[in-house]
Design a protein around this ligand. Structure first.
Ligand code: LLP
Length: 408
C-alpha cells in the first residue's frame, strides 16, 4: 500500500482526532503508523535496490522505531541516545549506522558499551578516527564527506554547505589512509545535502551525489556502500508540489552509475512528517490590529520549527464547520517569547474559546525538538494503527520537570 504522495492536513478524518483530544487532552501529538508504512512503501518502490536507513532524529518514538524495525529497514543515529533507543526498539546493531557530528566523549564511550563492535560509525573528522582508536573501537568506518554544496527548505538546514559537517573532499584519501593504518575497515562514504529538498532542490542534491561518486571512483578502496543521506522533502504549503521520487531516484542512479557499491539513503522527514498532527485548543481570543489572535495551549516548546526556521505548518479547525465566517487569525502559544507564533495571518473560522485545532506535518521534528522551557511538561503521543488509537508516550508532569533537581 503506497498511498497518496502526500497526506494533506485536510485529508485527516476529523472524528478520531476530536476523540483523541477528548480522551487525552491537549496539546497532544498524533502519529499514524499506517501512514508511516505507506511512506516507506513509496520510497522502497522508487529505490528498489537501495538500503534504507531511517534517520531517527526525525521522530525517535518507540512506536515509530518498532514499526520501521519490523519493516526491515536500518537506523541512522546522530547520538548515543538515538543508538540506544534504536537498539531498545529492536533494531539489530548490524543495521545501525551512527553518524555523529563532533561526537562528545560520552557518546563514543557509550558506543562501546552498547555493542559498538557491530555498529558502523560515520566519521566526520580526522580527530574521530584517533578518538575511536584510543577507545579500542573495532567496528567498521564510513567517511563523511563535506560536499561544499547544500540544499533544503532553508539555509539553516542546507547541511552539505556547512563546513561543520564532514571531511573536505581533498582530505578524504588522507582520512582513509589514517583509518586503515589504525586497523579500521573503511566500508563506506557518506554525504548529506540537506533537509526538506523539493523538486527545485534536485539539481543541488544531484551535485552532492556526483561529488561523492567522484570521490568513490578516485579512491583505491573497495567500498561496501555509498550513503547519499536523506533530505527528501514534503510539501507543507498548499501550493507546493510533492517531491518527484522517481526523478530523484533516476538522478541518484545516474550520478552513481560508475560506482560499484550498495546505495544507502537515510530519510527521516519523508517517512513521518505527514503521518503526524499536533492537536491544540484555543484558550484566549483577542483582537490585534486587523486580525485576531487565537491563544492555544501548544507553543514553540511543542513545535519549534516556526520560531526557529520561520517554517510553515498548515492549521485547521476541527470544530464544526462554520462556513462564511473566516477571519485573519494568528495562532500563538503560551510561551513568553515573541517568536511563539505557530501560524501567522491565516484565514480561519472566527476562533472561539475551546476550539480544537490541528497543525499538520508535525510527525517529523515535532516532539524531537520539544523542550521544557517555561517549565512546560512535554505533550503525550497517541498512535493510530489499523483503526485503533493508543497512548504511546504519556504526558509529562511538572514533577517530571522538577525531578532531576538535586536536594541540597
Ligand atoms: N542524514 C543526516 C546525516 C542528516 O543530518 C539528516 C538531517 C538526515 C539524514 C535526515 O534528513 P531528513 O530526511 O529528515 O530531511 N530540524 C530540521 C531538520 C534538520 C535535519 C538535520 N539532518 C527541521 O525541522 O526542518
Amino acid at each position: 500500500m503506497t498511498g497518496p504522495t502526500v497526506r494533506r492536513l485536510d485529508d485527516w478524518d476529523r472524528d478520531p482526532l476530536q476523540e483523541i483530544a477528548e480522551t487525552h487532552g491537549t496539546p497532544a501529538y498524533v502519529i499514524d503508523l499506517d501512514r508511516v508504512r505507506e511512506n516507506l512503501d513509496r520510497l522502497q518502490t522508487a529505490f528498489p535496490d537501495a538500503r534504507l536507513l531511517y534517520a531517527v532524529k526525525a521522530n525517535a518514538g518507540r512506536a515509530v522505531l518498532q514499526t520501521l524495525a519490523d519493516a526491515g529497514v536500518g537506523a541512522e543515529c546522530a547520538s548515543i541516545g538515538e543508538v540506544s533507543r534504536a537498539l531498545e526498539a529492536g533494531f539489530d546493531p548490524a543495521d545501525v549506522q551512527y553518524t555523529p557530528v563532533n561526537a562528545p566523549a560520552r557518546d563514543l564511550d557509550g558506543l562501546l558499551i552498547d555493542g559498538g563492535g557491530t555498529i558502523t560509525i560515520t566519521v566526520d573528522a580526522m580527530d574521530t578516527i584517533d578518538r575511536l582508536a584510543e577507545r579500542g573501537f573495532t567496528g567498521d568506518i564510513a567517511i563523511r564527506i563535506h560536499p561544499g554544496t547544500g540544499a533544503g527548505h532553508s539555509d539553516a538546514v542546507a547541511t552539505g554547505a556547512d563546513a561543520k559537517f564532514g571531511i573536505p573532499v581533498d582530505r578524504v584519501p588522507e582520512a582513509v589512509a589514517a583509518a586503515t593504518e589504525r586497523g579500521f575497515d573503511v566500508v563506506g562514504l557518506h554525504a548529506h545535502a540537506g533537509s526538506g529538498i523539493l523538486n527545485d532542490g534536485l539539481a543541488a542534491h544531484q551535485e552532492v551525489i556526483e561529488t561523492i561518486a567522484s570521490v568513490a571512483t578516485d579512491l583505491d578502496t573497495d567500498l561496501e556502500f555509498v550513503d547519499v543521506g536523506g533530505g527528501f522533502g514534503v510539501p507543507y504549503r498548499p501550493d507546493e508540489e510533492p517531491l518527484d521520487l522517481d526523478a530523484i531516484a533516476t538522478a541518484t542512479r545516474e550520478a552513481l552509475s560508475e560506482v560499484d557499491a550498495e546505495l544507502r539513503i537515510e530519510p527521516g522527514r519523508y517517512l513521518v512528517a505527514d503521518a503526524g498532527v499536533l492537536l491544540a485548543r484555543v484558550n484566549t481570543v483577542k483582537p490585534a490590529g486587523d486580525g485576531v489572535l487565537a491563544g492555544v495551549d501548544a507553543g514553540m516548546t511543542d513545535l519549534l520549527r516556526p520560531a526557529l526556521y520561520d517554517a510553515y505548518h498548515p492549521i485547521r479547525s476541527l470544530s464544526e464547520d462554520r462556513a462564511g465566517e473566516r477571519e485573519t487569525v494568528s495562532v500563538v502559544g503560551p510561551i513568553c517569547e515573541s517568536t511563539d507564533v505557530l501560524a501567522r495571518d491565516r484565514r480561519l473560522p472566527k476562533p472561539e474559546r475551546g476550539e480544537l485545532y490541528a497543525l499538520g506535518f508535525t510527525g517529523a521534528y515535532g516532539i524531537e525538538m520539544a523542550s521544557q522551557y517555561n517549565s512546560r511538561p512535554r505533550a503525550p503521543v497517541i498512535a493510530m494503527e489499523d483503526g485503533a488509537t493508543e497512548l504511546v508516550r504519556r504526558r509529562e508532569t511538572v514533577e517530571d520537570v522538577i525531578d532531576s533537581e538535586v536536594d541540597r
